[in-house]
Every structure is written in structure tokens, then in C-alpha cells.
Ligand binder design. Structure first.
Ligand code: NAX
Length: 327
């Protein structure tokens, strides 16, 4: 039997946590022969609810689940973590401005970053889901002493999957026929799902879906506003699909990427595609060995794409400026 991978999850009693933990424990994230140990982190007030989730994990008798720890203590929670999945954050309340939210969550991710630096395993990789995830990731990264910046990621995979599904439905193909789908920029309504570079059964999307008005005026807003549409329909925000996005993100980072393809995740820019270095921006990513990753170079950007990416990057710069005191 392999040694267990230790996975720390914050916000574990929340609705994404409830959908995510069972996928991890079942082997969906690391495969059917890889044991996992879960370290679940919640605020004190949510620990009783988290115990209920642990009872359910127990009741699944998962063969791969090597242990579960629950705690409100960050060092205890991140101890030995190979993966830290930062899902918990404070939701935007009535009357709260975006900058208030950035400030409140900024404090949380400062402490979590510090604890990851102190307590996680030497090979820790961090995926931030809690919103605003790009900027929360930036804050955690800046405070995690000794953890290289290339180990920090913010999730845009749900957006990628949404985009693939919308394009597949329009073209009358399966979503797995859609490749090279890059979400650029921020995980927010300014994100740019790049239909120019994406392919359907190996052909450019613009050849298969010969309807530029639909691509620009229906497809893009549908992806950008999908979260709001789910809330309207379900009365609650996306949870199972978000959890699935986390599973896909980690799997993609651990598995060599198919030839010619890429996936979307926000990483610390080194200035690729003119995106200011140091920002956490979503770009096309590949990994050859399931350990190190690189930004795919040479993706051609139309003038339209350039404008959309620049707008999303400007938003990221604004968010970064709003939390400058925390960096
Ligand atoms: P919930 O409100 O159901 O759960 C959040 C959990 O986090 C709660 O149990 C809360 O007690 C816990 N929490 C709050 N502060 C914490 C802290 N300091 N330490 C540990 N735990 C803490 O939200 P849920 O629907 O699970 O969503 C979680 C986050 O994911 C939200 O910020 C949400 O906006 C974000 N999302 C991000 C997505 C993405 O693609 N990046 C998509 C889905 C989702 O909207």
C-alpha cells in the first residue's frame, strides 16, 4: 500500500466541502490505489456540524481513507499537508462592499498562508477556491514563508468546464470533444473564456460554430453569469460542480496533460502574455510530469481576446491594490 497523501481542506463543513470530501475519500482525486488522510479545518462554531460530516465519512467505510482530523487550529490543520485546499471564506453579506469582502477574507488568508509555511509538508501545493480566489491566493502565497510561488493555484476549472459544456451543447457534440479551452484572468464576471483558441473535435470553435454573435453575446455572458444562474435556479450557489472543479484541478496538476491540450488554472504570472508579473491570473497550463507545470506559450490572441484579458487583469490589479496593506 502507498503512503497516504495528506489533504487539508478549509471550510470543510460548508456546502462545497460536503460535496468534495467524499470525492477525495473515494479516490476520485488521486486514483483508486492511493490512500488519503484528511485534515479538516473549520471555524469553532462549525466544528459540531463538521463532526456530522465526519460521521458520514465513517459510514462510507472508504477503503482509501487513512484518517480524518478535525480542528479550528491552523497549524494542526495544515500539519504535513501535501495538498491544502482553501475552500472556506466569508460570503458577501448584505450591504458589504467588494473591498470589505477583500479585507475580511484577506485577514483569513494571511493566517492560513503563514500556517501553511510553518506546518505543511515540504512539497505542499495549495489550491484556493474561496472567493475572491485569485486575490486570496495572492495573499496566502505572500505569507507562506518558504513555499515557492509556483505551488499556489486559484480555481478557474469550474469556469472551463462550464465553457466546454456550453460549446458542446451548441455544436451537438460531447463536452469531451471540446479541448484547449482557456479561461483567462480573474475568477469573476470579467473572466474571458477564450473561444478563439478552443477546439471542437480538433477544429477551431469558430469553424464549427459559425455564429460570432452567439459566441460573443450569448456564450461569454452565459459562462460568466453561470454562477448567478445556478443560485437563481437552486436557491444556493454551485457546490457539487465546484467540488468537481477542485477534483479536476488537482488531477490535472498531477497527471501529464494530453498532447496538444491545456487546462485552466490561475497561477502566479511571470509576465506571460503581458500579464503583470506577481498577479494570480488564469492562463493555459500544461504539465508533462504531473509535478512541475508551465504556461503554454504562443497562443495567438485576437484583438478582441486581448481587450477582454486586459480588462480582467485590470480588475486583478485593482483587487491587489485594495489589499496592498496585507501583502
Ligand atoms: P459555505 O458558506 O457553504 O461554506 C464555507 C465554509 O467555510 C463554512 O462552513 C464556514 O464556516 C467556513 N469558513 C469560514 N471562514 C473560515 C475560516 N477562516 N477557516 C476555515 N473555515 C472557514 O460556502 P461554499 O458554498 O462551500 O463556498 C465556499 C467558497 O467557494 C465561497 O467563497 C465561494 O464563493 C467559493 N466558490 C468558488 C468557486 C470557484 O470557482 N473558485 C466556485 C464555487 C464557489 O462560489
Amino acid at each position: 500500500m502507498k503512503n497516504p497523501i495528506t489533504v487539508s481542506v478549509t471550510g470543510a463543513a460548508g456546502q462545497i466541502g460536503y460535496a468534495l470530501l467524499f470525492r477525495i475519500a473515494s479516490g476520485a482525486m488521486f486514483g483508486p490505489d492511493q490512500p488519503v488522510a484528511l485534515r479538516l479545518i473549520e471555524i469553532e462554531a462549525a466544528l459540531p456540524a463538521l463532526e456530522g460530516v465526519v460521521m458520514e465519512l465513517d459510514d462510507c467505510a472508504f477503503p482509501l481513507l487513512a484518517g480524518v482530523t478535525t480542528t479550528a487550529d491552523l497549524d494542526e490543520g495544515f500539519r504535513g499537508a501535501n495538498w491544502a485546499l482553501l475552500v472556506g471564506s466569508v460570503p458577501r453579506g448584505p450591504g458589504m462592499e467588494r473591498n470589505d469582502l477583500l479585507g475580511i477574507n484577506g485577514q483569513i488568508f494571511t493566517g492560513q498562508g503563514e500556517a501553511i509555511g510553518r506546518s505543511a509538508a515540504d512539497d505542499v501545493r495549495v489550491v484556493v477556491v474561496g472567493n475572491p480566489c485569485n486575490t486570496n491566493c495572492l495573499i496566502a502565497m505572500r505569507h507562506a514563508a518558504g513555499v515557492p510561488s509556483e505551488r499556489f493555484f486559484a480555481m478557474t476549472r469550474l469556469d472551463e468546464n462550464r465553457a466546454k459544456s456550453q460549446l458542446a451543447a451548441k455544436a451537438g457534440v460531447h463536452s469531451s470533444d471540446v479541448t484547449n479551452m482557456c479561461i483567462w484572468g480573474n475568477h469573476s464576471s470579467t473572466q474571458y473564456p477564450d473561444f478563439y483558441s478552443a477546439k471542437i473535435q480538433g477544429k477551431p470553435v469558430t469553424e464549427v460554430i459559425d455564429d460570432m454573435a452567439w459566441l460573443k453575446d450569448t456564450f461569454i455572458p452565459a459562462v460568466q453569469q453561470r454562477g448567478a444562474a445556478i443560485i437563481k435556479a437552486r436557491g444556493a450557489s454551485s457546490a457539487a460542480s465546484a467540488a468537481n472543479g477542485v477534483v479536476d484541478t488537482v488531477r490535472s496538476l498531477c497527471t501529464p496533460t494530453a498532447a496538444g491540450d491545456w487546462f485552466s488554472v490561475a497561477v502566479c504570472s511571470r509576465g506571460e502574455y503581458g500579464i503583470e508579473a506577481g498577479l494570480i491570473a488564469s492562463m493555459p497550463i500544461r504539465t508533462e510530469d504531473g509535478k512541475s507545470w508551465s504556461v503554454v506559450e504562443g497562443v495567438e490572441l485576437s484583438e478582441y481576446s486581448r481587450e477582454k484579458i486586459d480588462a480582467s487583469v485590470a480588475e486583478l490589479q485593482g483587487e491587489r491594490d485594495a489589499v496592498k496593506h496585507l501583502l
